[in-house]
Design a protein around this ligand. Sequence first.
Ligand SMILES: [Zn+2]
Length: 69
Amino acid sequence: MAVHGKYDQPCPKCGAPVQRIRYAQNECNYCATCQTDGKVLADRGLSRLLKQDWPRTLEDLEELRSPKA
Ligand SMILES: [Zn+2]
């Protein structure tokens, strides 16, 4: 997988920030644009934190992560 270990770095293919998902002891990096058609996969920690407000797209996720000026 080209984006393995590249969490928060730009994807070598498309330049979108690489996303991270965690399962217990394992961590998986993926590009939402190239690998999941723009969908953000549910991360345990984040989904618990956000509850119903889980972002469904990369744009939504970036909005959540950006500080509101
Ligand atoms: Zn990509």
